[in-house]
Design a binder for this molecule. Structure first.
Ligand code: ATP
Length: 940
């Protein structure tokens, strides 16, 4: 039997919290081992000497030929001498980490070393052993269901290729705010059994780029990453709804040697430079992390390798690195580099967490189906009285069990509450619980709609009354209070973070006040906006106390804070506009640009505060959900991404001639003092070249600021959305409590088939989409995905609830007096209509590319688009989704939109999850319209 994964005690520095199932988080250093291979034939033939001594299981030392000079030994978690088997290397250097994936912790095993040092040899053995152990564990754990998914990629010449489907060519990396970096279109195979897994590994081996170098006949020229995603949950019988999900990455890096050492030329030379770019970045990342400067800028984004493996380097994963080396004297220089890398790596701390998915939906569905089953059985005429008795007993038992589960769930919430005390990224807190609240079925029918009485539409929407009444499990108000508090916490965090970032932005702007008249005016405006934001974003730390169940008070307080975050969002938009103005007010510094760069200039030009590139920028781009995020403070003199020193000095000279204001930070002043006088520079330095470099650095910074502002906006939108959903939920709850229980009871006893409910609910949703100007793509996706399956109930309910709220809100705005409303409401309704118009234009553009000429003509005829005339495509699209009462029209519209956006081909892969409102982006990015869509939808 496979041992439960454990880490050598010496490695565990802190285990902040524990749960009955074991530690939830694990802060520990990377496990670093060194494996020395025997001298190979080539080395033996050259009478090469063994240059290293393994003193003990942890220490290796260079055999000093010059005995009077002391040598420093290298110490690691384990040192494996040439006689050690791969089995032992696995057991002592990788097994515990690898098997963590079975208990929900991400794990990564790397092999690092120069070419021919034995990386592939070692990783093959590690993979084989890990696969064996994983299947033994699965076999010995019958109480859990396991789902294994396999994917593999190689990074060759900085190009990512799918090893299971190399036909797709170069794959793009995407940044997912929830999952980190993901690889677009990477094939993920579900593993059937161990044999299947071995086959898949075999396919990857065959696909991998191999070439001959001076040191290795079969040298791996690429970085290979095999990823095994393991999901496990307790079997249905136990009614448990907890699942673990984690990935095991098995990484065989390309050789770490310098290009010169492998006598590389031609293809190998090109490969070498790319391999080295990824490895150089890996080394830099490790070096920076080992310096304990996680708060500073870590250049993960500088190479594909480090982007993909970001979480394994100082993040949410347990990591083991096996450094392989040749003992030969001729490779001493490379071996020293390897050992130096290993020495840095062992100082890197990771913070792995158990990735546990608690699916309330599953629990709810399970409970609902159980209740339905028992009720159906009770109603059945064949049930005899004895049978009835036993059924009643069974039902009682079930009810008791359900109560127990609900209790457990609450306990878990309490625990999370405790953990929540520590600072977390916005994405980590909140969403799942919003889903939890929404998962309960509630009384929606009494939410007043604002459609004019007598309207044809009204009868459909209001007609829902009664038909959908279902049993309403009681909602514990304390859960909602808890949710509100969590959101408030997120809100405060966001405010604080914006404050910090703006502070830095402020200083940057202030330090470059001088410039053209126009620019200085823009800067002045921006400064005042930033100051405004300071005031706005300082959301007061209100005291949270009082009666836990006083929901209405909580929600009123919470709603009143809404204005602060709305203003924050508005201000963010202003800052972004100012950045754009500022950028366009600055002239391009040179005329030697490539056409591509010139085009870029047309859009964005040099930003003055980019002059002081460096010190503050990584503070600006730091955010709780970004990999750079950390609670540690930023070291004052960290200067990653710095402009090359020559450039800095030249630029500083420019700054100096502009009389740097006292606001310029210390670092900036230091650099200025060291710079060369301008007169000397123009003689000795290629000014145009410097300007070009300056421009590049400036544009980098503009991008950083833009990305940061955009990220903040996205997060504000998310928070708003969560808040709105919660408000809906609480209002519903309030109404329930205020008692129309009698009405409810009468309705509750009217059995209505799910099919009838579904049809009715769908009609209302379609009408609400129409009334609220909801995106056509969203309507189409939803319409095509939810066709009346019993499991669609929750999705339908949530969509209905959301739209009802939205429609009501829009109607309220429409009824309010213009004097009270100012510009706001007009712009929100207007924004939705405008977004829809833009979407129609976008879809019209796709008509030619997605439909054949024949199909187009048929549609023009069918949809009565005139034979001749302008913009026939737009005319066609403008007719889609316009008649909410005609189901044939709806079906045809959905079919056309699906074709235009291309999700009919992959329709089956569209995840229903994306409608679950749990903020997890679906893996199929093509069909996810993003937060902008949602915030457009809810642009209130
Ligand atoms: N510990 C070992 N014991 C015996 N032979 C080994 C050992 N390590 C490596 N070898 C042999 O050395 C040769 C080179 O090993 P391998 O291909 O694994 O190196 P590598 O580090 O992956 O090189 P590259 O970076 O060029 O791919 C192979 O023939 C392999 O069988």
């Amino acid at each position: 039997m496979v041992r439960t994964p454990a880490t050598p005690l010496s490695k565990i520095q802190r285990t902040p919290s524990t749960t009955p199932g074991g530690p939830r988080t694990r802060e520990e250093k990377i496990l670093v081992t060194v494996r020395v291979r025997p001298l190979n034939r080539r080395e033996q033939a050259m009478y090469d000497l063994i240059a290293w001594d393994c003193l003990d299981e942890h220490t290796i030392v260079f055999k000093n030929p010059n005995h009077d000079r002391p040598v420093n030994p290298y110490c690691f978690d384990k040192v494996f001498d040439p006689t050690c088997s791969t089995q032992r290397v696995y057991e002592e250097g990788a097994r515990d980490v690898a098997l963590s994936a079975l208990t929900g912790m991400n794990a990564t095993i790397f092999a690092y070393g120069q070419t021919s040092s034995g990386k592939t040899f070692t990783m093959r053995g590690i993979t084989e052993n890990a696969v064996n152990d994983i299947f033994v564990h699965i076999k010995n754990t019958p109480e859990r269901n396991f789902l294994l998914k396999f994917s593999a990629l190689e990074i060759y010449n900085e190009t990512v290729v799918d090893l299971l489907n190399s036909k797709t060519g170069s794959l793009r990396l995407l940044d997912d705010p929830e999952k980190g970096t993901t690889v677009e279109k990477l094939v993920e195979e579900i593993v059937k059994d161990s044999e299947h897994l071995r086959q898949l590994i075999g396919i990857c081996e065959a696909q991998r780029q191999v070439g001959e170098t001076a040191l290795n006949d079969k040298s791996s020229r690429s970085h290979q990453i095999i990823r095994l995603t393991i999901e496990s949950s307790l079997r249905e019988a136990t009614n448990c709804v907890k699942s673990f999900i984690a990935s095991l990455n098995l990484v065989d890096l390309a050789g770490s040697e310098r290009v010169s050492q492998t006598s590389a030329d031609g293809i190998r030379l090109k490969e070498g430079s790319h391999i080295n770019r990824s490895l150089l970045t890996l080394t830099t990342v490790i070096r920076k992390l080992s310096g304990g400067r996680r708060g500073g800028h870590i250049p993960y984004r500088d190479s594909k390798l480090t982007r993909i493996l970001q979480s394994s380097l100082g993040g949410n994963a347990r990591t083991a690195i096996i450094c392989t080396m040749s003992p030969a004297l001729s490779h001493v220089e490379q071996t020293r580099n390897t050992l130096s890398f290993a020495t840095s790596a062992k100082e890197v701390t990771n913070n792995a967490q158990v990735n546990m998915v608690v699916s309330d939906n599953r629990l709810l569905k399970h409970l609902q189906s159980e209740v339905a089953r028992l009720e159906a059985e009770l109603k059945s005429p064949e049930v005899s009285s004895t049978c009835l008795q036993s059924l009643l007993l069974e039902k009682d038992k079930k009810i008791q069990q359900m109560e127990k589960e609900i209790k457990e769930l609450r306990c878990q919430l309490e625990q999370e509450k405790k953990v929540y005390g520590e600072p977390k990224g916005i994405d980590e807190c909140g969403p799942s619980h919003v889903v939890r609240c929404l998962s309960f079925r509630g009384d929606d029918d009494r939410t007043p709609t604002k459609i004019p009485p007598g309207s044809k539409l009204r009868s459909v929407v209001v007609g829902r009354k009664g038909a959908l009444r279902r049993s309403i499990p009681s909602i514990d108000p304390s859960i909602i209070v808890h949710e509100i508090r969590k959101l408030e916490h997120c809100q405060r965090q966001l405010g604080e973070e914006a404050n910090r970032a703006l502070d830095v932005l402020h200083r940057e702007v202030a330090s470059h006040k001088l410039g053209s008249q126009e620019a200085s005016e823009t800067i002045a405006k921006m400064l005042s906006e930033i100051k405004d934001m300071h005031v706005l974003s300082s959301i007061p730390q209100e005291t949270i106390a009082g009666d836990k169940t006083n929901l209405m008070e909580e929600i009123l307080r919470f709603k009143s804070e809404g204005t602060a975050i709305e203003s924050l969002e508005k201000k963010l938009e202003n800052v972004q506009k100012s950045i754009d103005n500022l950028v366009s007010s600055y002239p391009s510094p040179n005329d030697e640009d490539t056409p591509e760069l010139k085009n870029q200039h047309k859009r964005k030009k040099v930003l003055p505060f980019a002059l002081n590139n460096g010190t503050n920028m990584h503070q600006i781009i730091r955010s709780p959900c970004s990999p750079m995020s950390s609670s540690r403070s930023v070291t004052k003199y960290e200067t990653e991404n710095r402009v090359p020193s020559k450039v800095t000095s030249a630029l500083d000279e420019r700054s100096r001639t502009r009389k740097i204001t006292p606001n310029c930070d210390e670092n900036c002043r230091n650099v200025s003092r060291d710079s060369t006088p301008l007169s000397q520079q123009s003689n000795s330095v290629n000014v145009k070249k410097m300007q070009r470099m300056f421009k590049t650095a400036a544009e980098e910074n503009i991008r950083s600021i833009r990305a940061y502002v955009t990220e903040l906006k996205e997060r504000v939108a998310k928070l708003q959305y969560q808040k709105q959903l919660l408000v809906c939920q609480v209002l519903d709850l309030e109404k329930n409590e205020n008692g129309t229980e009698a009405a409810m009871d009468t309705i509750e006893h009217t059995p209505v088939s799910w099919h009838t409910i579904f049809e009715d609910q769908r009609k209302q949703i379609i009408m609400l989409w129409h009334l609220c100007h909801v995106s056509l793509v969203h309507r189409t996706q939803f319409y095509l995905l939810f066709k009346g399956d019993p499991s669609d109930q929750i999705y339908m309910e949530v969509e209905w609830r959301r739209l009802t709220w939205l429609e009501q809100h829009l109607a309220e705005l429409g009824n309010a007096s213009p004097a009270l409303l100012g510009d706001e409401p007009a712009s929100s309704v207007y924004a939705s209509v405008k977004a829809l118009k833009q979407e129609r234009e976008y879809l019209a553009k796709r008509v030619s590319s997605k439909l054949t000429a024949e199909e187009r003509e048929m549609l023009y005829v069918k949809w009565e688009v005139p034979q001749v005339g302008k913009q026939r495509r737009l005319q066609l699209v403008n007719k889609l989704w316009t008649d909410p009462l005609n189901m044939k029209h709806i079906q045809d519209s959905a079919k056309i939109v699906a074709k235009l956006v291309g999700f009919c081909e992959s329709g089956e892969h569209v995840s229903k999850e994306m409608f679950q409102l749990n903020f997890v982006c679906p893996s199929d990015r093509k069909t996810w319209m993003g937060w902008n869509l949602i915030s457009n939808l809810l642009n209130l």
